[in-house]
Structures are given as C-alpha cells and as structure tokens.
Design a protein around this ligand. Sequence first.
Ligand code: 9WN
Length: 420
Amino acid sequence: MTKHFDEAYRILAANDRGGYTVPTDRLYPFQWNWDSAFVAMGFATFDIDRAYRELERLTEGQWADGMIPHIVFHQPSDTYFPGPDVWRTSHTIPTSGITQPPVFGMALRAVHEAAEKAGTKNAKARTLALFQAGLKWHRWWYKARDPDGTGLVALLHPWESGSDNSPAWDIALARVPTTTDTAVVRKDTGHVDAAMRPRDEDYRRFIHLVDTYAACGWDPVKQWEKTPFKVAEVQTTGILLKAGEDLEHIAKSLGLEAEAQELANYNDLTHKALLAQWRPELSRFVSRDLISGEDIEAPTQAGFIPLLGLDLGGGMVDAAVAEMKLWSNDMKVAFPTTKPFVESWEPKRYWRGPAWAIINWLLIDGLNRNSQPEMAEALRLSTVNAIEKEGFAEYFDPTTGEGCGGLGFSWTAAAYLWLS
Ligand code: 9WN
C-alpha cells in the first residue's frame, strides 16, 4: 500500500511546474482547469498550502468576464497542439478561449475544510479570495451559457465537457464543418497510440470551432449566435450544481449572506432543470442538443453524473443503479464511459468507452449522496485496484483493465490519494 502512496506523491511532485501541476509531462504541458481541481483535492490530503496554490495559480488565468479557461499557458511548450497562437485570445497570461467542468467549487470546499481541520494559518483569507473567483465564474456560466435562464448550462465545444470525443457529441458535431483556417498539426499522436485518441476528423471539427470563436473575438454573445455546436449538458450542469452547493456552503461559513442567497437561487433553478432531464425509459439523464432541440440519447457516463448534485427518490435511484450495474457487470474495470457493446463503444479510444478514475470519483460521490454505499464501494475498489495493478495511467480499458493513454497522470494520482 505505502508503495503506491509514494508513487502518487512522486507523480504530483514530478508534474509540478511551480505551484501548478501539468496533467502529465509532454502530452499536456500546461495547467488544465478541471485536472487542477481534482489535483487540489489530492493535495488537500497531505499538503494544504500546495492545494490552495494549485487553485490560486488556476485563477491567474481568469478572464475579466469571470470565465476560468480550460488551459492556462503559464510557460511556452511546443509539445502540445493547439497552443496560444491558435487560440488568439490576447489574455495577459495566455489562455485558451473555452472553459471546462467547474469542479473548482467542490475542490475549494475540500481544501477549505481540510485547512479548518488542520488549523492552517491564513486559510480564511485564501478561501475568501478563491471563493470570489469561483462565484464570478458561476455567474459567468449562468449569464454566458444559459442566457435564456433555463437552469441548464450549454457547452460550445466538446473540449469544454472534458469528455472530448464522447459518442454524446456524434450527431451535434457532425454538423460542424471539417474545414479549418488553421493548419491542424497534431502532437498528441506523437506521444500516445493514435488508436487511443480522437480521430483526425474530430480534430478538424474542434479547430473549426476554435477558428469560429476567434473570429467572434471570443465575445460570448457573438459566439452564442454564431455557433454550430450548442449542447445543454448534464455532466457539466450536475457538476455546476454540486460546486454551487459547495460555494453556498462556504459563503455561509464565511458569513456572506447575500452571496449565499445568490448561489441558492442558482442552485434551486438548476436543481429543477436537471430533474426534468431524467428519462425513465432510459434510466438516466439526457443532455439536449440546442441546435436541433432534441434529446441526446447516446448512452454515456454523463447520464449518471447528476446524482452528484441531486437527492433522487427511491424509484429513480434504484433504476439508475440497476442501469449502472448492467453497464459494469462484465467489465474488469468499472465504469465504462459508453455503454458496452453499443455500436459507438470503443473500449480503448479515449472517451468512447474507457474507465477514468476521476469520473469514478464523481460517480462514487453521487452514489454515496443517494444512499448507495454498496455500489459506491464496488466502484471505489475497482478504481483503486486498477491503479495498483496497472499504475497511474490516464484511463483504463474496462474490458482488460489495461492502463491507457498518458502515464504518470496527475489526476489519477489525486484520485488514488482521495479514494484509498
Ligand atoms: C483538451 C488534460 C485534458 C483533460 C480532458 C481530456 C484531454 C485535451 C486534449 O486532456 O483533453 O482539453 O488535448 O485531449 O479529454 O478531460 O482535462 O488531462
């Protein structure tokens, strides 16, 4: 056991670039948004100062309108595409122009509570500054990504989901042209097997969207009008709700009544909206394609992430758990990010089937919240065992248990520390 803890600490130290952690060397040489939130929670188990630092360095990239970008390019590197020259965001510290799931609020609460428990010096002031950044970001989500006030937030790029090439995007992304103004010079396939990565066609569409938004000068209103890709998404919204609850909790503990009320209003709205995305015939939640107006029925892990922020009634939670069991029963490692054996399922190709430690972490939290300790424990053990057997891989082939993608991966190390 100790051996694996030491390895997790070693990976986090090796991926440290001065107060922030790269997901893994070379393949991802910058600071990624949701990766850093998970990593901060990992740090909170043994080094509270470093945990705060991770979040503070991420907020250095925050835009004036409140968005926290999905990548902060603190230092140059030529081992990743697309770099700052493609994003053209002209932010003081170079950043990408899109965002990622707002795990930040969840991480802040975890770090804050660890600091309180340990009696850490300056904890309150550090929490307060990060809370303000988090609140600004949540306001941005509701203003920029839910201008009609539905309670569900929309993604304008598959990269914003963190589940880049998920089958959930197949129909919506097919409408995005494969033409680009920017040369697509992939670097990822020089680091890992191309068969484990998104396809070239996906990349051309990803970059088409970047070109489109750069031409809008990264103005959220223009982007909302011009985009060919707009999905009100349940994984991101579920995370937003849980993070919103956690920020509300922090506001109360800091005596910030008005801020707590503002967050409570957002959370109420989103709570109702998410519940309305439950589909009894599928036993899971579904996202909505805002261009076609249709449900996205592709069976992916996103359908169960809302458990994180909801307290479902008995019937619903039983149905969700039964469906989850069906997906994971014959797998060596749970939880598959696409329902096994459907046509779009590819157990080694990134977000089209593999099991990811951080997704399991979110599902475990959701199951525990909904009084499902047995399934939560099974998933926890599956995650920890996979890591102990195969190492700190980016993700795992659920059919064989094989570690895939990048190795020495920061969020896998953080998940191990948190879940062990
Ligand atoms: C694009 C860093 C990131 C994760 C994402 C994962 C992958 C990037 C890429 O790596 O995305 O953001 O280039 O493939 O899909 O979830 O945050 O680990």
